[in-house]
Design a protein around this ligand. Structure first.
Ligand SMILES: [Zn+2]
Length: 92
């Protein structure tokens, strides 16, 4: 009767940590500010973005894989101290 069986396709992004795809809304957008990675909670900051699950495991994986410099196409290294503290705080 209703034709609404299919959920609308939501934009997906790949987590740079675990490399799994997830809905954009489930991931935290990270942008580069000078040589620092900063969280973009509202998704409004300009520039290239990288997406990661807001979880320390994924963040640490991303750092270990040097995924952020790669995502932002810079030589790196990038400071993720503040970002890590932010994720740590947000995690239950
Ligand atoms: Zn992940």
């Amino acid at each position: 009767m209703s034709g609404r069986t299919h959920a609308r396709v939501c934009p997906e992004r790949t987590c740079v940590g675990c490399r799994e795809r997830a809905a954009k809304s489930e991931l935290l957008r990270i942008v580069m500010n000078k040589d620092e990675c900063v969280p973009d909670h509202r998704g409004t900051l300009p520039g290239r973005g990288a997406y990661v699950h807001p979880a320390l495991v994924c963040l640490d994986l991303a750092v270990r894989r040097r995924a952020f410099p790669r995502a932002f196409r810079v030589q790196g290294p990038l400071d993720t101290t503040a970002l890590r503290a932010d994720v740590e705080q947000a995690a239950p």
